[in-house]
Ligand binder design. Structure first.
Ligand code: SF4
Ligand code: SF4
Length: 428
């Protein structure tokens, strides 16, 4: 039976109907490898260094989620997006999650000779939406509730009532904590106001240990950009280990006219200990990219405002928050996609002039979170429903399907067109 790489939808039946022999599996895997090698050879942007990607404006980061701790999903997502050519994988600052990311990366590199993406850990300096978990007591819910909470959860973190009430292993919480990434949609969906959220701040001492690991390359600090005291405190506690990483990112929301002064204050706090590159993550509309087309508008508007400011502090700019398959087209419309910086129009005092070149992109790239997880996650969930906990590489048909989704997203920035290679994949 011919492989349906070109036209199968992720939720379609053929995946479930196919049974694969070992030789079919090997044949499919070898076609995947061949395709990736061809794409790597023709698209320099997925084989060069992540810093070069930032300079050229084709950096892509996968956000696993600062609170998402389902290590099976994290491993498989990391594997798929490593093969697709991302520059960086951002995950919770938790040792088991970091291990899962690195396992996924190494499993991908066993399949094809791809570059290792950087691994970034995310922490927060204060209360932040990305660092919270929903919870409710399922025994307190009216038995006739239609469970809208379960339907709105994008992470499948609220299991069906029959699983919660399983007499053999009743769940104390209605939420699978490791899958909840704090998007908040369930909080507003409950007609009985039964769901609450708990926020937390990542422990600086364990983050210090993570930064010293050889398989951690970058750190991201989420800040609410309203005050800098807690940022300073966190930065000072991490300063001894920051020299171990290659990139420090600061993720901040758009706080209007005070954004620039906040960035300058944050940069002045970091500068004495900043021995590596730095990046500003412009978090337009947090954790919303999977909702629809319009969610990307806020991060594009944020980028347009910052791009026009001449005296911003040093550091690459990267979009996040609401990013999805419409983001690149929106960037092109405002002429910020891989557009380069004009040194004549730059007057940043905090940045060394040698760091500014006319070949450097104004916007370094894009980070994808909820949308990237959604398009690959539906394939991974189908795999898990059918085969239980397993590596996606053991099921080449699922690997192909998830790669098709991931490469369509990553390829729009990395300048490779998967459709050029699909015929070869199809005919083997
Ligand atoms: S809807 Fe969002 S906040 Fe609620 S359980 Fe799901 S992931 Fe967590
Ligand atoms: S919507 Fe509210 S009451 Fe209904 S199952 Fe969910 S948490 Fe319980």
């Amino acid at each position: 039976m011919a492989l349906c790489f070109v036209s199968c939808s992720a939720s379609s039946g053929p995946i479930q109907q196919l049974s694969t022999s070992e030789s079919q599996k090997n044949h499919r895997l070898s076609r995947i490898v061949k395709t990736i090698v061809q794409i790597s050879a023709q698209s320099r942007s997925i084989s060069s260094s992540p810093i070069d990607s930032l300079r050229r404006g084709n950096w892509v980061k996968l956000i696993c989620g600062a609170s998402f701790e389902d290590v099976v999903d994290v491993r498989n997502l990391s594997l798929v997006y490593t093969l697709a050519g991302v520059d960086c994988i951002d995950c919770a600052a938790e040792a088991s999650v970091v291990n899962a990311v690195n396992e996924g990366i190494e499993a991908a590199r066993q399949i094809a000779p791809v570059r290792r993406p950087w691994v970034m850990v995310s922490v927060n300096d204060d209360e932040d939406l990305h660092f919270r978990k929903a919870e409710f007591d399922p025994l307190d819910c009216p038995p006739d509730c239609s469970r809208p909470c379960e339907r709105v959860c994008p992470a499948d973190a609220i299991p069906p009532a029959r699983l919660i009430m399983d007499e053999e292993s009743p769940r104390k919480s209605g939420v699978i904590t490791e899958r909840c990434y704090g998007c908040g949609r369930c909080l507003h969906s409950c007609p009985y106001d039964k769901i609450s959220s708990i926020t937390y701040v990542r422990d600086a001492a364990s983050t210090l240990q993570l930064l010293r690991r050889d398989d951690v390359d970058a750190i991201e600090i989420h800040t609410n950009a309203r005050q800098t005291d807690s940022f300073k405190e966190l930065w000072n506690s991490l300063a001894a280990s920051v020299s171990h990483v290659k990139l420090v990112a600061v993720s901040l929301p758009d706080v209007g006219d005070s954004t620039l002064s906040c960035m300058k204050s944050l940069y002045s706090i970091m500068k004495p200990n900043l021995t590596c590159h730095n990046l500003w993550q412009l978090d337009g509309r947090p954790m919303s990219g999977d909702i629809g087309r319009g969610t990307t508008r806020e991060t594009i508007a944020f980028a347009v405002r910052l791009a026009a400011i001449r005296d911003k502090p040093c550091g690459f700019l990267q979009l996040a928050g609401g990013t999805n398959s419409h983001t690149v087209d929106s960037l092109k419309k405002v002429e910020l996609f891989q557009n380069t910086l004009d040194p004549e129009n730059y007057s940043g005092e905090a940045c060394s002039p040698k760091d500014v070149s006319n070949s450097e992109a104004i916007i370094g790239g894009v980070a994808y979170g909820g949308y990237a997880r959604k398009i690959v996650g539906r394939v991974l969930h189908e795999l898990q429903n059918k085969h239980g906990v397993t590596g996606v590489e053991n099921h080449p048909l699922y690997l192909e399907e998830s790669l098709r989704e991931a490469m369509a997203l990553v390829g729009s920035i990395k300048d490779y067109d998967l459709s050029k290679y699909e015929m070869e994949l199809y005919h083997g």
